[in-house]
Design a protein around this ligand. Structure first.
Ligand code: SF4
Length: 172
């Protein structure tokens, strides 16, 4: 019997599908639940979606106040990020050993855990990845999987980036 499954995967931050997992008071943009254009793009192209556990709510719970990078940057929280990034790195290894292809890993800009390119801190804008993402990037460096940071206010750039990656593999 023919097996019709898609072999492509994208890893997404948990809150891409559930904005209610964000800290209190910061769901300010158009997206009340999922950030629809990304989810629609992935579904339309039959990409398997893996939700990365929400780093901050698995540490501090759902009803947490927003906190900056310096407050999260503790030994305990970094250990938590390390443990979760090991799990995700193992999952990615497992997928590639089984002939699946991970096309991209999405992050959320400004998140102390999940940003990819930048975050505002009390020192102004810092160009860096979040505490979880930086660990994951090191662990899967040899896989050459692109990380795409989503700015929830202006999603177009990251959406186009993802679209291009999908189109490139589909037209290959
Ligand atoms: S920690 Fe990551 S998954 Fe959780 S709300 Fe923040 S950006 Fe989303």
């Amino acid at each position: 019997m023919m097996d019709n499954r898609s072999k492509y995967f994208v890893f997404v931050p948990f809150c891409l599908l559930a904005q209610a997992y964000q800290a209190k008071g910061i769901v300010r943009y158009e997206w009340k639940s999922s950030i629809k254009p990304f989810v629609e793009l992935l579904i339309k192209n039959d990409i398997n979606i893996i939700q990365i556990p929400c780093i901050e709510s698995t540490y501090l719970g759902l009803n947490r106040e927003p906190m900056g990078l310096s407050k999260y940057n503790t030994v305990e929280f970094n250990q938590h990020c390390d443990k979760l990034s090991n799990q995700i790195a193992e999952e990615i290894e497992n997928l590639s050993n089984n002939n699946y292809k991970v096309l991209a890993i999405l992050g959320i800009e400004q998140s102390p855990s999940c940003c990819v390119n930048y975050i505002y801190t009390n020192k102004g804008m810092e160009k860096r990845s979040g505490l979880f993402m930086e660990k994951l990037q090191v662990k899967i460096k040899d896989k050459n999987i692109p990380f795409i940071g989503i700015n929830r206010k202006y999603i177009n750039k990251s959406l186009k980036e993802l679209e291009k990656i999908i189109n490139d593999v589909k037209n290959h």
